[in-house]
Design a binder for this molecule. Structure first.
Ligand SMILES: Nc1ncnc2c1ncn2[C@@H]1O[C@H](COP(=O)(O)OP(=O)(O)O)[C@@H](O)[C@H]1O
Ligand SMILES: [Mg+2]
Ligand SMILES: [Zn+2]
Length: 370
């Protein structure tokens, strides 16, 4: 417990929450808004309550779609932008909602990705490092150690997905699940491997005094230091994006099913950040990504957004959070209300332009943040 008491008491403490409330820490308003020559233009959007609107999404920047609940934001991105572009780029995908055509000079965009807060994997065998593909390198490293060579262990002996090195009792899960009638399943630590997921012989293989189980129990922060000190730059580099998105505290082997929605979302982001620079740029779409995030997490999320934009990608975000909205390069404000009377384009432009539009509800609240 880092602080407790009234609002005033909290302000005087130095918890992260307090520091954002008393503005010791801040999410800064960007000094400059990005501009772009490229855009993806949706002509005649009519799905659900959208009123035959034309919307231009500038590329290579952070575009935020705002508007009261029910104004048509999700309809615009999930039913039109995403499926329409997906279909055009790949030829497959869901049939888009009603609209007339896609226009604009968006030929640089080669992929479109919808990044949600859904779990990254339901199996307890999937974890942050398997998701970002760093585990393949870790397994390969362990198969090259002297003891592995003597015993003929290959990379697959360090996998918990296939037989060979994994504990046979729990099949590499580290726990056994007992189904209880009328009650939730009970998870018990595996008696054979004591939760270590591998056979004893396999755990005897070490690299710099650490076995595979020690590695899986390290935090990302510690593992980056460890692999750096032991000159395994390739693995260190692959783990770096997880630290960049603020997940340094997660352990390499934490099962994906236990990650929060916000954590899962940031692991997805990390996997894109890890892909390096490419001419094939992507358009990332997020629907209310700050749900469940603290100010401090939002700051990290924004940093990751900026890193993607620096690599040439474009981002479209549906969002209510003013801390994020104030950092937009461009805002598309829908409204004026939800449902039947919503679905109009109320205003579009930079945050500075939006606050000048009298009809914009968002503008009124945004004013005090700028
Ligand atoms: N499948 C649907 N069928 C009919 N109406 C829908 C459907 N999905 C959404 N709507 C309506 O369309 C309007 C816009 O919804 P939505 O795009 O989800 O709003 P927002 O994301 O801005 O909160 C709302 O009035 C909603 O009730
Ligand atoms: Mg929505
Ligand atoms: Zn076991």
């Amino acid at each position: 417990m880092v602080a407790t008491g009234t609002y005033k008491d909290i302000l005087a403490s130095n918890s992260l929450t307090a520091q954002y409330l008393n503005e010791t820490l801040k999410i800064e308003v960007p000094k400059k808004r990005r501009t772009s020559k490229y855009s993806l233009d949706i002509i005649g959007a009519r799905e659900n309550n959208l009123k035959n609107i034309n919307v231009s999404f500038p590329l290579g920047m952070l575009t935020v779609i705002t508007g009261v609940s029910g104004s048509g934001k999700s309809t615009l991105v999930k039913k039109i932008v995403y499926p329409a572009l997906q279909k055009e780029l790949t030829g497959f995908g869901d049939k888009p909602g009603q609209f007339t055509e896609l226009k604009g000079n968006y030929s640089n965009v080669k992929h479109i990705e919808f990044v949600d807060q859904n779990p990254i994997g339901r199996s307890s065998r999937s974890n942050p490092v398997t998701y970002i593909k760093a585990y393949d390198d870790i397994r390969a490293l362990y198969s090259k150690q002297k003891l592995s060579t003597i015993r003929n262990y290959a990379a697959k002996h360090f996998s918990f997905n296939v037989d060979g090195g994994r504990c046979e009792t729990c099949k590499g899960e580290g726990e056994v699940t007992i189904e209880m009638q009328f009650m939730a399943d009970v998870h018990l630590e595996c008696e054979t491997c004591k939760g270590k997921r591998f056979k004893k012989e396999v755990l005897e293989v070490t690299f710099a005094d650490k076995n595979i189980d020690d590695i899986l129990n390290m935090t990302i922060d510690d593992a980056i230091v460890f692999f750096d000190e032991n000159h395994v730059t390739k693995i260190k580099t692959k783990l770096q994006p997880l630290q960049d998105v603020g997940l340094g505290y997660v352990t390499l082997g934490q099962s994906s099913s236990t990650l929060s929605g916000g954590e899962a979302q940031r692991i997805k982001l990390a996997s894109f950040l890890g892909k390096g620079n490419t001419k094939e740029t992507a358009l990332f779409v997020f629907d209310e990504p700050t749900t469940g995030l603290h100010f401090h997490d939002i700051k990290k999320l924004l940093k990751s957004f900026n890193a993607l934009i620096e690599k040439g990608h474009s981002i479209i975000v549906v969002e209510h959070n003013l801390e994020l909205i104030k950092c937009a390069d461009y805002i598309i404000d829908l409204g004026p209300t939800g449902g039947e009377y919503g679905g109009h384009l109320v205003a579009s432009g930079t945050p500075e332009e939006i606050v000048k539009v009298k009809a914009s509800e968002t503008g009124k609240y945004l004013q005090e943040k700028l």
